[in-house]
Design a protein around this ligand. Structure first.
Ligand SMILES: NC(=O)c1ccc[n+]([C@@H]2O[C@H](COP(=O)([O-])OP(=O)(O)OC[C@H]3O[C@@H](n4cnc5c(N)ncnc54)[C@H](O)[C@@H]3O)[C@@H](O)[C@H]2O)c1
Length: 387
């Protein structure tokens, strides 16, 4: 059964829209929702890449049909977030390129008009577990303080200009901790037990979202998804890392015994689920789990990739396990399936085949993001007339 649409946003703010999931979500929204305007607020850290959206910019940017606007900036920047939420008049100065880390005033740049926002899809985050182990502070700053700033700015905007609104916080199955081999999948009622600084920071954000709903009545929902895969994923994550290394005949580093199990969700299925929650989600349900119903041990993922690429298993190199490495994640997606009618459409076989084909066909994209070159491309973009 599919629940009817209860809310039709006209302008969506996607945070982190130049990242892996964000760029796929922006493309999915513009393709599937012809009346929608999408504003992408992204700081362009190492993980953000405007090149992933070059086609979208050309078709839907200010020189196209105008349904897509990119704003470079930091979700921790209260002034900038308030301006974006409330809408900006043509030519009005908007602070851009602002980062809290750089203690220099951000430039004020004239910007084409922006409509006021009535839905936030919040994805901006530091997202890589290994990086959170070597440097947890940035994760707390972006994921916790950044989310708090977005919530506070949304609350202020809705108090000043009340309107129907949805705030969807995109979180992770990792907040639930780890499962044993025979345990049932996580339900939304599973206690939170994050084990890495990354998942702890995401759990912190989830709790703030809950608090803003309970304390201030903000119309917020949280989604928690399993491992995403698909095109445009930064090659530090398992699937693109292994594909790109295998293509270069480099050793494939596998943590521990390789028997850590993840559930794999195709990024397009994830985009459809986020939109289902934004438009049909029940505020009283608070949290929706999203999964691909494809539990696979890491080593098997790698074996399948090697087979698809025609590369030998001798490339596999076992390395010392990651500290605090969760053994197994699995999602119970009964709630979103039964109340919103969403379910994954990709089998892992089909999704993996398409993803391998994408990386083989888009060698230029991933070779550039592995190099420093794309950072200067991002900088050039900012110097252009949109920014
Ligand atoms: N990739 C997955 O498998 C997965 C699984 C579960 C949950 N998630 C969540 O989904 C979201 C997106 O994940 P992803 O894999 O696309 O991440 P990603 O690292 O590819 O992209 C993150 C984006 O956020 C931007 N960003 C970082 N700090 C920012 C800031 N302070 N202000 C504005 N923008 C900032 C980056 O520039 C980048 O474009 C994250 O919240 C992540 O925790 C991801």
């Amino acid at each position: 059964m599919t629940a009817p649409v209860t809310f039709t946003p006209s302008t969506v703010l996607v945070t982190g829209g130049a990242g892996f999931i964000g760029s796929n979500l922006v493309r999915w929204l513009l393709r599937n929702e012809p009346a929608l305007t999408v504003i992408n607020l992204d700081l362009l850290t190492y993980a953000g890449n405007v090149e992933s959206l070059a086609d979208v910019e050309a078709q839907h940017g200010p020189k196209g049909d105008g349904r897509y606007r990119f704003v470079q900036g930091d979700i921790r920047d209260a002034e900038l977030v308030a301006t974006v939420l409330g809408g900006a008049r043509e030519g009005q100065g908007m602070r851009g390129a602002g980062t809290l880390a750089a203690a220099v005033p951000a430039p004020v740049i004239p910007h084409p008009s922006l409509p006021s926002v009535n839905c936030v899809l919040h994805l901006a985050a530091e997202s890589h577990v290994d990086r959170s182990i070597s440097g947890p502070a940035e994760f707390v700053s972006t994921n916790v303080q950044g989310t708090l700033n977005l919530l506070a700015c949304t609350r202020a905007e809705l108090e000043a200009n009340p309107r129907e609104f949805r705030f969807v916080n995109v979180s992770t199955d990792e907040v639930y901790g780890s499962l044993g081999p025979g345990d049932p999948g996580f339900t939304e009622r599973h206690p939170l037990a994050p084990n890495s600084p990354y998942s702890a920071s995401k759990a912190g954000a989830d709790m703030l979202v809950r608090a803003y709903r309970e304390t201030f009545g903000l119309p917020c929902l949280t989604t928690r998804c399993s491992n995403n895969y698909g095109p445009y994923q930064f090659p530090e994550k398992l699937i693109p890392l292994m594909i790109t290394r295998a293509l270069g005949d480099q050793p494939l580093p596998v943590y521990g015994d390789g028997m850590n199990i993840r559930d794999w969700l195709h990024v397009d299925d994830h985009a459809a689920a986020i939109w289902a929650v934004a438009t049909r989600g029940r505020l009283e349900d608070e949290v929706y789990n999203i999964g691909g119903e494809s539990e696979v041990p890491n080593i098997e993922v790698i074996q399948r990739l090697l087979a698809a690429l025609g590369k030998p298993e001798s490339l596999i190199a076992y390395v010392k396990d990651r500290p605090g490495h969760d053994r197994r994640y699995a999602m119970d997606i009964t709630r979103i399936r039964e109340t919103l009618g969403w379910h994954p459409t990709y089998t892992f076989e089909r999704g993996l085949e398409e993803t391998v084909a994408w990386y083989v066909a888009n060698r230029e994209w991933w070779q550039r993001v592995q190099s420093e070159a794309y950072r200067s491309a991002n900088a050039m973009y900012l110097a252009g007339d949109e920014a």
